[in-house]
Design a protein around this ligand. Structure first.
Ligand SMILES: C[S@@+](CC[C@H](N)C(=O)[O-])C[C@H]1O[C@@H](n2cnc3c(N)ncnc32)[C@H](O)[C@@H]1O
Length: 239
């Protein structure tokens, strides 16, 4: 997979691309990342990329001709082009899974007040990383790259990916490591007894509990089986 990012702030990616799992994936050539400066595609010697909005209003807008030029020069007909924007529905794990199957992705980072609306003609989709406004698309692009690339990583077992929050529309169950007791809090006995079916049932119950407490909307959109319904009843009685 190749991911290209169009940004005004290339420096922001240095630490990100040279750390942890992302670094390992790039070293193993499982993916290639290219960070491109949008200013290189400006049409004037002062490398302007923005201008004032028609109709007034605060701030500056990035110019459609410059950004389109950068897109054209860095994509082919096989490229899936994403515009980072708060004006979309929020990103979900299933979007990352879908995007991890693309061969070529180009991510456009807005800045200032965003990009001239006409840019939407040249992209395949807009992605928001949540219902809040950030200064620019750089952090959202890193969220996308991180979320996509870790799905390609041979170092992460498919079991571990399967058990993560959202993969079964449930939040992940609580996990523990040594010491067995910390400031009076003990690791639950069931996790130490080696009985795999009890551990599975306990973890499922705890995943349902976390989801009920923090994201009940996920349960509404999920068909529960008999065991899950029983566990949910138990949880509600215990709360
Ligand atoms: C300050 S924001 C522009 C916000 C815009 N004026 C609005 O009210 O929708 C500048 C850029 O940051 C990026 N951005 C900000 N928040 C984002 C979010 N939640 N998800 C994705 N991109 C975001 C987008 O690329 C956006 O063009």
């Amino acid at each position: 997979m190749k991911i290209t990012v169009l940004t005004l702030f290339k420096d922001m990616y240095e630490g990100f691309l040279n750390t942890s799992i992302i670094h390992r994936i790039l070293e193993k050539h499982l993916a290639e990342i290219e960070i491109i400066d949008i200013r290189d595609y400006s049409f004037d010697k002062h490398r302007h990329v923005d201008d004032t909005p028609y109709g007034g209003g605060a701030g500056m807008l990035m110019k459609v001709d410059v950004v389109h030029h950068a897109i054209k020069e860095n994509s082919s007909e096989n490229t899936h082009i994403i515009l980072t924007s708060p004006k979309s529905w929020p990103l979900k794990q299933e979007d990352l899974v879908r995007l991890s199957k693309e061969e070529e992705i180009l991510i456009v980072c807005g800045h200032y007040e965003g990009i001239d609306h006409r840019i939407e003609k040249y992209i395949n989709e807009k992605i928001s990383i949540g219902d809040y406004i950030l200064t620019g698309g750089e952090l959202p692009s890193m969220v996308l790259i991180d979320g996509i690339l870790r799905l390609l990583d041979e170092g992460i077992s498919s079991d571990s990916l399967k058990e993560e929050s959202f993969n079964s529309s449930l939040l992940e169950y609580p996990q523990y490591t040594r010491p067995v007791e910390y400031e009076g809090e003990r690791v639950p006995d069931v996790l130490q007894n080696g009985n795999h079916s009890e551990i599975r049932r306990y973890n499922l119950k705890m995943a349902l509990r976390e989801t009920l407490l923090y994201r009940p909307d996920l349960l509404e959109n999920r068909e529960l089986n008999k065991e899950e319904n029983e566990l949910l009843k138990e949880i509600k009685n215990e709360l």
